[in-house]
Design a binder for this molecule. Structure first.
Ligand SMILES: [Fe+2]
Ligand SMILES: [Fe+2]
Length: 253
């Protein structure tokens, strides 16, 4: 399976380490397919939710905030309460939204434009994982969150705009890592999954770039050092022993 040359180069330059072989080996085992798919599905929802939280907090007016919550709700109901199915969620990601930027929100429009597209794509990915799970007869059961996102988010600064900048850099790191793992794992999976994971690379690489661009835009200073620090934290979470096997877990112990 081939993807554009150079697509992953900026990702490898941005991340401080590559996924260890031990993780790839574990993730390729057929008995772990269920964990990978269920956790992947929740990751897509969390990606959409965090983008929604960001623009609700920093950029949109009240009616738009409500619209955003309603957009994501059926996906949350499936993930958390097993309500709905492939049929009831069909096409729900792809509705055009009239999201209005709140008055006096600097860089509000840039945030909204990039995040609304991202939410749409993550919800579509969620649906695609659902389809694959049905095809592979993997039953959906809620899966608990690992340490990864929490381990990054605990470093978010308490004052603005640095707090927003940190959240955007963390968004970039999570997207970049997901992209790196999809690419590495794809050749070890069956044809359907390989095709699907390769098809996700381009959008996840763009999501990483969008988050980073926004972080640079929002920050009133050079972010190189902060990126280095958070990339170091991220790499530590990837390389240190982790008993809990998940899509973003560390070194299998
Ligand atoms: Fe995604
Ligand atoms: Fe993404």
């Amino acid at each position: 399976m081939i993807y554009e040359q150079g697509l992953l180069e900026p990702i490898y330059a941005f991340l401080n380490c590559e996924t260890p072989e031990e993780w790839i080996e574990k993730a390729s085992r057929p008995e772990n397919l269920s964990i990978i798919l269920r956790d992947h599905m929740i990751c897509e929802l969390k990606a959409a939710q965090s983008a929604m939280f960001l623009i609700r907090k920093y950029a949109v007016d009240k009616p738009s905030a409500l619209q955003l919550s309603q957009w994501i709700k059926p996906y949350e109901e499936f993930a958390y309460k097993k309500m709905g199915d492939l049929n009831s969620l069909k096409g729900k990601s792809n509705v055009s939204k009239q999201i209005e930027v709140r008055a006096g929100s600097p860089y509000g429009q840039e945030l909204v434009d990039k995040m609304v597209l991202l939410i749409k794509e993550e919800l579509h990915h969620f649906y695609q994982v659902m389809e694959l799970m049905e095809k592979k007869q993997v039953e959906y059961e809620l899966i608990e969150a690992g340490r990864y996102a929490k381990g990054l988010l605990k470093h978010v600064t308490t004052f603005e705009p640095d707090a927003l900048v940190d959240k955007l850099i963390i968004g970039a790191l999570i997207e970049a890592r997901s992209c790196e793992r999809f690419a590495k794992l794809a050749p070890h999976l069956d044809e359907d999954l390989e095709k699907f994971y390769v098809s996700l690379l381009r959008s996840e690489a763009r999501h990483y770039q969008d988050y980073l661009t926004l972080a640079e835009l929002v920050s009133n200073k050079d972010i190189t050092e902060r990126v280095e620090f958070l990339a170091g934290v991220e790499a530590e979470l990837i390389m240190s022993p982790d008993e809990d096997f998940k899509f973003h877990s560390g070194m299998p112990s």
